[in-house]
Design a protein around this ligand. Structure first.
Ligand SMILES: Nc1ncnc2c1ncn2[C@@H]1O[C@H](COP(=O)(O)OP(=O)(O)OP(=O)(O)O)[C@@H](O)[C@H]1O
Length: 272
């Protein structure tokens, strides 16, 4: 059983002479309880893949199956209905994008439930039980986002994504804007989540920051998934030059650290 299966996915942006392919034949499976790190440099297509899975950008080819449901031919109305059910949720890099600055955090937190038609009182009660799961004190519910620290805001954003009890959560660089202590805090919460059976796709430009938490790593390079394997395999025996470059540039992956000359040689190979 897979929570997400994408097969030969193509996505294009623009029309006519401006038409550009952002994803080329991408295939990836994510199983329940699995953490998949989606790695690639800026512009490689990471957010595009996430947007396609949420129905926010149309696929021009290939298939997407979410929790057994083939959504490939869905129209906007069907996507909206799927998003409303909260099977797949998304956490932005910047938590302020999912929290309304003018509303107490409780309102942002319960919004996905209200959209589903859950009565407000019941939704607030659920929000209270959810905050401890992301290690936040329920008394923060009445504060405005500006009255929270960056790490607290990101944990509220994670709680908001979890409140509909999704099968899959896509996190777009969820810790890159945080300081070291908060980064560890959020990563620990994400590790706890795996035990609940939720699947996580963790987007990052930095292999080093996801290798420790991801079961499998998928490497995107110029719109193509050039490598998919366990984090250990990918770090120990990278097959694609781009992956080797990523590893050699990740200071935390000392095992395969390469010198500047080797990195330049790999870059030259990629641009040849
Ligand atoms: N709305 C859009 N219209 C046209 N081109 C786009 C659009 N969104 C993204 N692109 C292009 O598609 C490619 C992939 O972009 P995408 O945002 O998926 O990359 P990314 O890997 O998420 O990058 P980053 O790490 O910077 O967020 C890039 O070349 C980008 O310029």
């Amino acid at each position: 059983m897979t929570v997400l299966r994408i097969t030969d996915l193509d996505v294009h942006y623009g029309l006519g002479r401006r038409r550009r392919q952002a994803l080329k034949g991408a295939s990836l499976e994510v199983r329940p309880g699995e953490v998949v790190g989606l790695i690639g440099e800026t512009g490689s297509g990471k957010s595009t893949l996430a947007r396609a899975v949420l129905g926010l950008v149309p696929a021009s080819g290939g298939r997407i199956v979410i929790d057994g449901e083939d959504v490939s031919g869905y129209r906007n109305r069907q996507w909206r209905s799927l998003r409303r059910r909260g099977v797949v949720q998304y956490v932005f890099q910047d938590p302020l994008r999912s929290l309304d600055p003018d509303l107490p955090v409780v309102d942002s937190l319960i919004e996905p439930l209200l959209i589903q038609g859950v009565p407000r009182e019941e939704a607030v009660a659920k929000a209270r039980t959810f905050l401890p799961k992301v290690r936040l004190d329920p008394e923060l519910l009445d504060r405005l986002p500006a009255q929270l620290s960056g790490g607290q805001r990101q944990r509220v954003a994670v709680a908001r994504a979890l409140i509909t009890e999704p099968k899959l959560v896509i996190l777009d660089e969820p810790v890159s804007a945080l300081d070291a202590a908060n980064r560890v805090g959020v990563l620990e919460i994400l590790k706890d989540l795996r035990a609940t059976g939720i699947a996580l796709v963790f987007i990052s430009h930095d292999l080093g920051s996801v290798a420790g938490i991801a079961d499998r790593v998928a490497v995107l390079y110029q719109g193509e998934l050039v490598e998919v394997g366990t984090a250990r395999e990918v770090v120990a025996t990278p097959r694609h030059p781009y992956t080797r470059l990523l590893i050699s540039s990740a200071p935390t992956l000392r095992t395969a650290a390469a010198g500047r000359a080797e990195r330049e040689a790999l870059r030259a190979l990629l641009t040849a």
